[in-house]
Design a protein around this ligand. Structure first.
Ligand code: COA
Length: 277
């Protein structure tokens, strides 16, 4: 595949933001095996792309973020082909979870419409999630006699409360963006016409911060919540030392200098002024 030349996803780069767009609007951006292979390939390249300061995952068109796995091409289409099914399942979990949840730059899921079943995984994998108030979320698997597979049950048990995870998985009830915010499945919901603008606003805020500190911080939060206190104490000490070594712009010293010596900023309210872009 030539760089970012795909049929089922679209990559657009603008001012440090890479828009990672699921691009099958006529099928409500349902995920076919081909889409998984392309998405996996694209994320592998983007993880070392210097132009990508923030990655935004969204769906093409007005109606859907992603209608989950493609029932025809992913489920029925590979039912008699275990090799293809295994390949597709591997690519599916690779990009939706492993690559996205460990992406070195901040990731935002911008949920612009329908979000069903297997689409919950990349929403949970992203560091942030913003949705249109009228976006429709549904764990619809129950409605056709299966359970939230792949790793969806694991994702919702992790991100939602226990009560909400069981409720929405067993009833299949739809919930909108406002409700998704209320139960803290997403960060916040905004009117649909403001969705892009609000997403860019968050992306810009993230881009003002020291990028190495942002990366190490999100990695620390993800890792620490499943550790004991003793493990976390030790890990965070080592992680802090690693951050200091990895941060070539010396943010810690620069921040202290600007606050203590120059008196040019207050860390309580804003990031220190960075030289590098
Ligand atoms: N798999 C395969 N095809 C899908 C799909 C999916 N998950 N979701 C939508 N499509 C296809 C439809 O088959 C239809 O194709 P066609 O035009 O060739 O007939 C097209 O996308 C439009 O879907 P349609 O149902 O007509 O659109 P809608 O706007 O009325 O409804 C949804 C949209 C998303 C509510 C509805 O398509 C739906 O329920 N999809 C399944 C969602 C789901 O359960 N996903 C979980 C899978 S794990």
């Amino acid at each position: 595949m030539a760089d970012y030349d795909y049929e089922n996803i679209k990559i657009e780069k603008e001012d440090g933001i890479t828009w990672f767009i699921l691009n099958r609007p006529e099928k409500r951006n349902a995920m076919s095996p081909q889409l998984h292979y392309e998405a996996d390939d694209a994320l592998e390249k983007l993880q070392t792309d210097p132009d990508t300061k923030v990655l935004v995952l969204t769906g093409a068109g007005d109606e859907a973020f992603c209608a989950g796995q493609d029932l025809k091409l992913y489920f029925r289409g590979t039912a008699d082909d275990p090799v293809e099914r295994a390949k597709a399942a591997h690519a599916s979990n690779s990009w939706r979870w492993r690559r996205l949840s460990t992406f070195p730059r901040p990731t935002i899921a911008m949920v612009n419409g329908y979000c069903f079943g297997g689409a919950f995984t990349p929403v949970c994998a992203c560091d942030f999630a913003i949705a249109a108030e009228d976006a429709q979320f549904g764990l619809s698997e129950i409605n056709w006699g299966i359970l939230p597979g792949g790793i969806v049950s694991w994702n919702v048990a992790d991100v939602m409360s226990y009560r909400d995870a069981i409720y929405y998985a067993v009833t299949g009830d739809i919930f909108d963006g406002k409700r998704a915010e209320e139960i803290r499945f997403i960060n916040y919901a905004v009117p649909k016409e403001k969705l892009r603008e609000e997403t860019i606003k968050l992306a810009r805020k993230l881009m003002e911060k020291n990028p190495v500190a942002v990366r190490f911080t999100k990695e620390a939060i993800r890792a620490a919540r499943h550790m004991s206190l003793e493990q976390a104490t030790d890990y965070l000490r080592a992680k802090s030392d690693a951050l200091k070594a990895a941060d070539k712009e010396g943010g810690r010293d620069e921040g202290m200098k600007q606050f203590l010596d120059d008196k040019s900023f207050r860390p309580g309210f804003e990031p220190y002024k960075r030289q590098a872009g």
